[in-house]
Design a protein around this ligand. Structure first.
Ligand code: LRH
Ligand code: MN
Ligand code: MN
Length: 429
């Protein structure tokens, strides 16, 4: 039996006041889609299956390197975080899994598993952390981890990744995501080739310990924390890594990790075409790795990414990239942000499913640029909210996610038992 954190009677009461409007909106959208030859039921079925993982680190208030301003009822540990994730899953019905970060979420793996299974939650990719020093570790990552010049430091970073795999095996994860902050801050500080060779050797040692049914995702990021050069800075380098390692190695695309205006949807297409697109960290950005809420700045770009994904799905039935959110909430209740982002990611998927693929192909083959782009715009401009809301409602979720969450009073309730956290300077999450 799945336990519910929000009393189901609250969800039912909130839904009861909205369900008639929803049915009318759903019916009217269904008629309009029917005229375009699209079955609303078929789209809803795909949307209902869609899930995006919640990052454990996302449910606590984030911060910048300048300051952190915690909210009320901050989770005290990973078990509180799992409860917050359960709320997100209950109301959105779109987030079946949680992605852990070690050592931030280190705890007895059996307890972790039990805590998640109470709410029928699973675990997505394990994330290793060799970009900051854990208390008591022997070597520092100040000058790098998997690519460090010092062998003892590299070995320690490899060991940490192996530990993440071990924890992951117990809790039922099937993937390891590696992101390193390694790079340099001054021209001449490192030899690019030597550094990359060290990285590859270390990554190979981790790959050798990867179970057969696992994947390793490597994540590229243009800059930060190293501000002159970064070892895994772009999709090209990432592709080389995945190629060098082997079939179980795939590239992870974090939407925030590219220069402004980079054509991310084309990167998605390229990696997928050559079998190396492993998954995503969804978020949005304005200037850099801002970790803003997915869908909050450029929803059209999110749609264009999903347009590629639906295209690839149509060519390859075995294509199942990992979907994860990775964002930082500095001024909002993280649960609210994550719920709306999960829904916005799902929205982009639904809109992409509406693209008239045959019409688009015909326009492309006829070099009719305007008709082609219009095929995308027509899909993007369709308000698919009734589909998302109906999919949630039928699975026991909330028609109005935000309204229901606020009506539940969850944040006020946990604030009574979770101590006030002092604000302070610094910290990335
Ligand atoms: C790095 C990153 C990576 C980390 C997370 C905390 O910027 O995107 O995925 O694990 O942030
Ligand atoms: Mn990321
Ligand atoms: Mn990031």
């Amino acid at each position: 039996m799945t336990e519910h954190i929000i009393d189901p009677s609250v969800v039912e009461a909130e839904n009861a006041s909205r369900v008639n409007d929803l049915r009318a909106d759903y019916e009217s959208l269904g008629e309009r889609l029917d005229r375009r030859g699209i079955s609303i039921e078929a789209i809803k079925a795909k949307v209902a299956e869609f899930s995006v993982a919640v990052p454990s680190w996302g449910v606590g208030t984030g911060g910048t390197r300048f300051a952190k301003f915690p909210g009320k009822g901050e989770p005290r540990d990973i078990f509180d975080k799992i409860e917050d994730c359960a709320v997100i899953a209950q109301l959105t019905q779109a987030t079946k899994t949680v992605s852990l970060h070690i050592p931030w979420d280190k705890a007895d793996p059996n307890r972790l598993k039990q805590a998640a299974s109470r709410f029928n939650l699973g675990f997505d990719a394990m994330n290793s952390n060799t970009f900051s020093d854990a208390r008591g570790q022997l070597q520092s990552y100040k000058f790098g981890s998997l690519s460090a010049a010092d062998k003892g430091t590299r070995d320690q970073a490899i060991e940490h990744n192996l530990e993440c795999i071990e924890i992951g095996k117990t809790i039922g994860s099937k993937a390891l995501t590696i992101w390193v902050g390694d790079g340099s801050n001054f021209p001449g500080q490192v030899n690019f080739a030597n550094q990359f060779e060290n990285y590859l050797d270390s990554a190979k040692a981790i790959y050798a310990a990867l179970p057969d049914d696992w994947r390793v995702y490597t994540e590229h990021k243009m800059y930060e924390p190293a501000f002159y050069s970064t070892v895994v800075q772009d999709w090209g380098t990432n592709y080389i890594i995945a190629k060098e390692l082997g079939d179980k190695a795939m590239c992870l695309v974090d939407l925030g990790h590219h220069a402004p205006n980079v054509n991310i949807e084309m990167i998605v297409s390229r990696l997928a075409q050559f079998g190396k697109l492993g998954g995503f960290h969804f978020n949005d950005s304005k200037y850099g790795d801002d970790d803003l809420d997915a869908g909050s700045i450029d929803p059209y770009r999110l749609f264009l990414v999903f347009n590629e994904l639906v295209d690839i799905e149509g060519r390859d039935a075995d294509f199942h990239p990992a979907h994860m959110l990775d964002q930082s909430h500095n001024v909002t209740d993280p649960i609210e942000s994550l719920m709306l982002s999960a829904s916005d990611v799902q929205r982009a998927y639904a809109q992409a499913l509406l693209v008239d693929r045959a019409g688009l192909k015909g326009a492309q083959e006829a070099d009719d640029a305007l008709a082609a782009t219009q095929a995308l715009r027509v899909a993007y401009r369709t308000d698919v909210e009734p589909i998302l809301a109906m999919a949630r409602f039928e699975k026991g979720g909330a028609i109005d996610i935000l309204g229901t969450y606020r009506a539940s009073g969850y944040r006020a309730k946990v604030s009574e038992i979770r101590p006030v956290v002092e604000g302070g300077s610094g910290g990335i999450v």
